[in-house]
Design a protein around this ligand. Structure first.
Ligand SMILES: [Zn+2]
Length: 463
């Protein structure tokens, strides 16, 4: 089932006309518009929510209200999942009013659901402790015991145990936990060199529960559940087993679709990233990076082919006297624009600045036929480059080798003249003679169009 939030919607997720329209970014010292700071990516907004709360917990707030200099944090409005900034304290000194809704205590009082919740919580704790006890690699689990911090603070996680050298705290998540609480606990366990794992009883894939999102999007899009089923699995395996829910990005044409997955996994299938307080089965960030690298190389390949088709077609029309230089400018300008986007500057007109000969030579070598000249034999190109375009001979030779044209040239070298020439210039090249010093103005373009020879372009011997 695809996730309802697209990976990049175009509209900002900020509410309209927020009370705090700008925030002061303490990292850069600049004011940023709320819409820009919040952005259009739901996952990033949720990560910012955590970052702001963590920065406040560290007493180094990241964003301030520019009017009153009070730290702000990011609130998610339930309707439509829009975000706005709220003052940490509101005592009348600022003209912006961002509070006035229920405070944490009132919300706690409202949602408190008495006996049922505490029974569920109790059973969950038992499940987690029993599951850990199945796994001899863990120390004996402790329930509701104080974890004393180095700085005199303390926490009392639902369950704690050591897995090898790693001290782990498990917190059961049944209803809503404030982002402040989540951030403060993360900061505590981070300082302690431990790892906090949130465990859910249920998981709602529709993204209707903010606390769930606060954990999920800050944990590489993995969440863990504990249940009677995972306890049975732990007993059977003799290892701590949990249910993991995660999303996988799958390329679907030009867009990426997220697929939900679910699996019961054991602790040793998980990756621990204590520095970012993350524990995950599936590396979502890594998968996204791979997908975007794939799509980048696919776009580059398309562009490479487009240039080549243009060049070969142009040479063909030239050969049959059909070419009028003006015909080329439209498509060429299109290519220039597309190459700009990959950071390469094309010449003002095709083949300008002396690139004509070089590209003709390299495409000829690539295709093993004459492109851009009216010669009869391929070897004539080799003689031409070696005689009249010495600064291109290095790249041309690389291409002859890469595209395996040795046999073709030798078959056309009945007189043996070419072989003699090779012996001569090869010796000079080995010495790094200036005469054959490569013209490197087009290296970027050549490396892009002919990736097979990219590595060799800068290898001309230096005397
Ligand atoms: Zn203010």
């Amino acid at each position: 089932m695809p996730y309802p939030f697209r990976m990049s919607a175009r509209q900002s997720l900020a509410v309209e006309n927020p009370e705090i329209p700008e925030v002061l970014d303490m990292d850069g010292g600049e004011a940023i518009g709320a819409a820009e700071a919040i952005g259009d990516d739901y996952a990033k907004a949720i990560q910012l929510r955590m970052e702001l709360r963590a920065s406040i917990a560290r007493e180094k707030p990241k964003f301030l209200c520019p009017i009153c200099q009070i730290p702000v944090y990011l609130v998610s409005r339930k309707e439509g999942r829009r975000f706005f900034f709220r003052h940490l304290i509101e005592d009348g000194r600022c003209s912006a009013h961002t509070r006035g809704e229920l405070g944490e205590k009132e919300i706690d009082a409202r949602r408190y659901n008495g006996a049922k919740e505490s029974r569920d919580h109790l059973r969950m704790k038992e499940i987690v402790a029993e599951s850990i006890a199945c796994d001899p690699r863990f120390s004996l689990p402790k329930t509701e015991e104080t974890w004393k911090g180095a700085l005199g603070e303390w926490r009392r996680p639902d369950v704690q145990a050591k897995f090898g050298e790693l001290r782990m705290a498990f917190e059961i998540q049944l209803s809503t936990t404030f982002i402040r609480v989540i951030a403060e606990r993360r900061e505590f366990y981070l300082r302690e060199g431990g790892l906090l794992v949130w465990l859910f009883k249920r998981f709602d894939e529709s993204g209707n529960r903010l606390t769930q999102d606060d954990v999920f999007y800050n944990n590489n899009r993995n969440v863990f559940l504990a249940s009677e089923e995972t306890l049975a699995a732990s007993k059977a395996a003799g290892k701590l087993c949990l249910e993991c829910r995660w999303t996988e990005p799958v390329a679907d044409g030009a867009t990426v679709v997220l697929h939900w997955q679910r699996k019961i996994v054991s602790i040793d299938e998980l990756t621990v990233d204590a520095e970012r307080q993350r524990i995950f089965f599936y590396d979502f960030d890594g998968a996204v990076a791979r997908l975007s690298a794939d799509s980048k190389s696919a776009r580059e390949e398309t562009l490479r082919r487009r240039f080549e088709a243009f060049w070969l077609d142009r040479a063909e029309r030239d050969r049959s006297d059909e070419r009028d230089g003006h015909d080329d400018l439209g498509p060429w300008n299109g290519l220039r624009k597309a190459f700009d986007e990959v950071g390469l500057k094309l010449t003002t007109y095709p083949g300008g600045e002396g690139s004509e000969t070089l590209l003709n030579a390299l495409y000829s070598a690539k295709h093993g036929k004459i492109i851009g000249w009216r010669y009869k034999k391929f070897i004539e190109i080799a003689h031409r480059i070696a005689g009249g375009h010495k600064p291109y001979l290095w790249a041309f030779r690389l291409a002859l080798a890469a595209y395996d044209r040795r046999a073709l040239i030798l078959s056309e070298d009945q007189s043996g003249l070419w072989r003699k020439k090779v012996v001569r210039y090869k010796d000079l090249m080995d010495k790094g003679t200036l005469e054959y010093l490569p013209d490197r103005r087009f290296d970027g373009l050549v490396a892009f169009l002919f990736p097979e020879i990219a590595d060799g372009l800068g290898m001309y011997p230096i005397p």
